[in-house]
Ligand binder design. Structure first.
Ligand code: URA
Length: 319
């Protein structure tokens, strides 16, 4: 007859296995026989493949060592990500959201930190993972921000998107209506223009760069952000840059370069000439929205981007 202690140990082991399998499948809890799945959000832990049992059950010693309990899970992001966040945006320029590209990198819990929710994890111990952790900490700190009046009319806090360890960071001004609705930077007509600039001049998709704005919430009627709004957001912008540690920064339009460099000089006098932020080279150029209004300035922007490209290539930027 089987020792009841063995049977009990087996029972406990089975329950552990069942719960663990549920967690891996995304099942939140069970109601009677009905299994209730939680919204899709990958587990933060890298789950080891289940090991086969070492010994037949009857031979297991009664005082089997306790199974190590899985680490407690991170609090889950509140809801399933909208569809646009479930695909990487590199290659988007070609079909602008209609073409589904394969993920090229990623990280769990990335929704709102760099825009992708379901890519494969960035390996632990890599610089990209360290940057991802830092960036995520900044996103958490920002939270559902109410530090200025822009919170009253916004739908989304548009934090940024791209590679957490990008060599090139692109700084815009603030979200517009499309960005506010989608929660991602540069997803309207200006974004399409930006994607073309990136792809055609620099040969880079969005998955190789990081794109962010001076303010994270949409200024009503797309007005320029007010000084108090910029002041409230600037520490988060700087914290993002310190997390990403880019080698080169491209600023788009006047508010971006003025905020970053704390200068009153306008874009006309600064564009095309290298500046520096904490030792990182900064290239100011026109905002893509400006180019949509004034296409004749594309030629100057092209020059600025060519200059940026040679510096980026020289520094061995991510390809
Ligand atoms: N313009 C910006 O400056 N940022 C965006 O995200 C979109 C438009």
């Amino acid at each position: 007859m089987t020792d009841p202690r063995i049977e009990l140990a087996d029972l406990v082991a089975d329950v552990h296995d069942l719960l663990r399998a549920d967690r891996e499948r995304g099942v939140d809890h069970r109601e009677g026989e009905q299994v209730v799945a939680r919204p899709a959000e990958p587990d933060r832990r890298e789950v080891a493949p289940r090991q086969p049992r070492q010994k037949p059950r009857a031979q297991r010693p009664p005082a089997a060592p306790a199974r190590s309990r899985p680490a407690p899970q991170e609090k889950k992001a509140p809801t399933q990500a909208p569809q646009h966040q479930q695909q990487p945006a590199g290659n988007r320029h070609s079909a602008w959201g209609r073409k589904k590209a394969e993920p090229t990198f990623g990280y769990e819990h990335a929704v709102g930190a760099w825009g992708f929710s379901t890519p494969p994890p960035i390996p632990v111990g890599t610089p990209a993972r360290a940057a991802a952790d830092r960036l995520l900490a900044v996103r958490r700190e920002l939270g559902a921000c109410q530090r200025c009046g822009l919170c009253e009319n916004r739908r989304s806090v548009v934090f940024g998107m791209g590679h957490p360890n990008a060599d090139l960071v692109i700084l815009g001004e603030g979200p517009g209506a499309n960005e506010d609705r989608e929660g991602l930077p540069f997803v309207g007509a200006a974004g399409e223009m930006l994607d073309k600039m990136l792809q055609h001049v620099l040969g880079l998709g969005r998955d190789k760069v990081y794109i962010l704005n001076v303010v994270k919430c949409r200024p009503p009627n797309n007005r320029n952000p007010a000084p108090d709004e910029v002041a409230a957001c600037r520490p988060f912008l700087f914290a993002q840059l310190e997390a990403i540690k880019p080698r080169v920064i491209l600023t788009l339009g006047s508010p971006a370069v003025k905020t970053l460099l704390d200068t009153s000089r306008g874009i006309m006098s600064m564009r095309g000439a290298w500046q520096s932020w904490q030792g990182v080279p900064v290239m100011p150029t026109f905002h893509p929205a400006h180019l949509l209004r004034k296409p004749e300035d594309k030629r100057l922007t092209f020059q600025d981007l060519k200059e940026l490209k040679s510096r980026y290539d020289h520094l061995g930027g991510l390809r």
